[in-house]
Structures are given as structure tokens and as C-alpha cells.
Design a protein around this ligand. Structure first.
Ligand code: ATP
Ligand code: MG
Length: 273
């Protein structure tokens, strides 16, 4: 099970849009996907067709230990994936957990307890725009991090805070956490500055920048108001095509990663043999 935290404490960079549309695209490639909405804004829930105002239970109840994760999971009908929804109640979790033991581990433990019937291939974590306890829970549970970013002047500002938080989590809570990649979002190829910042990202981070670029595309902004991923709303749009490419890139990376491990194992065996 790959657990990918989609995070950036900067607001409005396309975290939620990426979660919902990547979830739907991975599902269309035959993957079993769970999206966990970790933002009290509940935009991933709404965008997946879940009415956040009428939730009896949400991810909040899981984090405070009142419900099992499987008890709050619902299905995104049009998305083809499962979702653990959220709403404004989640804002209270931060305060309620302050004096609890192992408060950073709540999400990790909840995912581990899912059980065989919930054998997801991929779990996507939609983080809030803050480096708070809920985000730390996501980073503790995750196997890897995806950082969506807009290629604008201030894009790199704040990235070091995020990277420092990731380093701290790695040191104390989750030693195998890795940054899988930086995703260029809301990209306007006619904008010279966007192209410059994009080139800068590649020269700094090389392979860590996903090859897929998510363009600024009105269809991506419209789809959430119908509670559907763009794949259901306008399959041929540039936004839908880009998220399908991203799903494919991530899947290919996964396969290549596994190949690397097996090649390493083989050479180890050779040495010992
Ligand atoms: P927050 O930090 O508030 O959680 P976010 O990082 O999750 O925000 P989104 O909610 O995904 O960002 O996107 C912010 C706004 O930009 C939304 O209105 C969304 O519809 C729009 N948007 C996101 N990506 C694109 C895109 N590629 N093209 C056009 N509009 C987009
Ligand atoms: Mg969001």
C-alpha cells in the first residue's frame, strides 16, 4: 500500500484538486484508491460528491479515537474511489489531541487497522494549508510526499519550512518517509516567469520534479461544483488528460522502484553466493 501525503502549507496551490483528480485517474487505471480528507474545509469531500454538512461521522472521529477508519469511509460514486470525508469539526481535533499520548500516530494506526477487506493500492492524504498536528499525522502515516506548487515568484519560499518539518518527522516518527516529487500546478506556459521558476525547480531538484505538468484549466475549477472529478465532467479537457498522465507517471515510478529493489537484492545475493 502506497500512502502519499499531498502537502504544502501554502494555500490554494492545487493540493485538493490534485487529490480528487489523481484519485479518480488512478481508479480508472484499475487501482483501489482511498482518499483521506484531512482539511476542515472539506473541499476534497465536496469535490468527490460527499455532502460534508450531513456527515454523521468523519475523519475527526477517527483521529480522536471514537471511530475506526473503516466506519467513516464512503464511496465517491462518480470518482470510483473511496473517501474518508471531513468537515469543520476537524478543526477541533488539534486542541483535543494536545494532551494525548502518541498524538502524531493517530492516522498511521488507523490506516494500519483497516484490515484485509480494505486492501487499497494507494491512499492519498489531502493536507490542510498548515504545518499543524494533522499535517504531522499525515507525514507520520505516509510512505512518500507529493508537494504541489505554483511556479510563481514566491513558490520556493516556505518550501524550506516544509522540508524541515519532513526532516523532523523522518528523524522522530517516520524514518522511511521520502519526498517523491514536486508537482507543477496551475501552470500557464505563456507566462515567462512560470517557465523560469519551472526551470529553476528542475535545476535544484532534478528528478524529484514530476515530468507531468498540470496546466491551468477552467474545467478543473468547474468540476468540484458538480461534485465530480474532471474525468467525469470533461474527459477530453487538458486538465483531465494531465491528471491521467500523472497517474500513469506515478504508477510507472512505482514499478521502476520495485525493479530497483529486486535488482539490488539480486546483486546482494550474488555477492553472498
Ligand atoms: P487549500 O490550501 O485552501 O487547501 P489547495 O492547495 O487544496 O487549497 P485547490 O483547492 O486544489 O488548492 O485549488 C485552489 C483553487 O484553484 C480552487 O478554486 C481550484 O478549483 C482552482 N484550481 C486548482 N488547480 C487548478 C488548475 N490546474 N486550473 C484551474 N484552476 C485550478
Ligand atoms: Mg485543499
Amino acid at each position: 500500500m502506497k500512502i502519499l501525503a499531498i502537502t504544502n502549507q501554502k494555500g490554494g496551490v492545487g493540493k485538493t484538486t490534485t487529490c480528487v483528480n489523481l484519485a479518480a485517474s488512478l481508479a480508472s487505471l484499475g487501482k483501489r484508491v482511498l482518499l483521506i480528507d484531512l482539511d476542515p474545509q472539506g473541499n476534497a469531500s465536496t469535490g468527490s460528491g460527499v455532502n460534508k454538512a450531513h456527515l454523521k461521522y468523519s475523519i475527526y472521529h477517527v483521529l480522536i479515537g471514537e471511530k475506526m477508519l473503516r466506519e467513516v469511509i464512503v464511496t465517491s460514486e462518480k470518482g470510483g474511489f473511496d473517501i474518508a470525508p471531513s468537515n469543520r469539526e476537524l478543526a477541533g481535533a488539534e486542541v483535543e489531541l494536545v494532551n494525548e499520548l502518541a498524538r502524531e500516530n493517530r492516522l498511521k494506526v488507523a490506516i494500519a487497522k483497516l484490515g484485509e477487506a480494505y486492501a487499497y493500492d494507494v491512499v492519498l492524504l489531502d493536507c490542510p494549508p498548515a504545518l499543524n498536528l494533522v499535517t504531522v499525522n499525515a507525514l507520520t502515516a505516509a510512505s512518500a510526499v507529493m508537494i504541489p506548487m505554483q511556479c510563481e515568484y514566491y513558490a520556493l519560499e516556505g518550501l524550506s519550512d516544509l522540508v524541515n518539518t519532513i526532516k523532523k518527522v523522518r528523524a522522530r516518527l517516520n524514518p522511511t518517509l521520502e519526498i517523491e516529487g514536486l508537482l507543477r500546478t496551475l501552470f500557464d506556459s505563456r507566462n515567462m516567469l512560470a517557465n523560469q521558476v519551472s526551470a529553476q525547480l528542475i535545476s535544484h531538484f532534478g528528478d524529484k520534479v514530476y515530468k507531468t505538468i498540470i496546466p491551468r484549466n477552467i474545467r478543473l475549477a468547474e468540476a468540484p461544483s458538480y461534485g465530480v472529478p474532471v474525468l467525469s465532467y470533461d474527459k477530453g479537457s487538458k486538465g483531465a488528460v494531465a491528471y491521467m498522465e500523472l497517474a500513469q507517471e506515478i504508477t510507472d515510478k512505482e514499478i521502476a522502484g520495485k525493479d530497483n529493489i529486486s535488482t539490488a537484492d539480486i546483486s546482494k545475493e550474488k555477492k553472498h553466493g
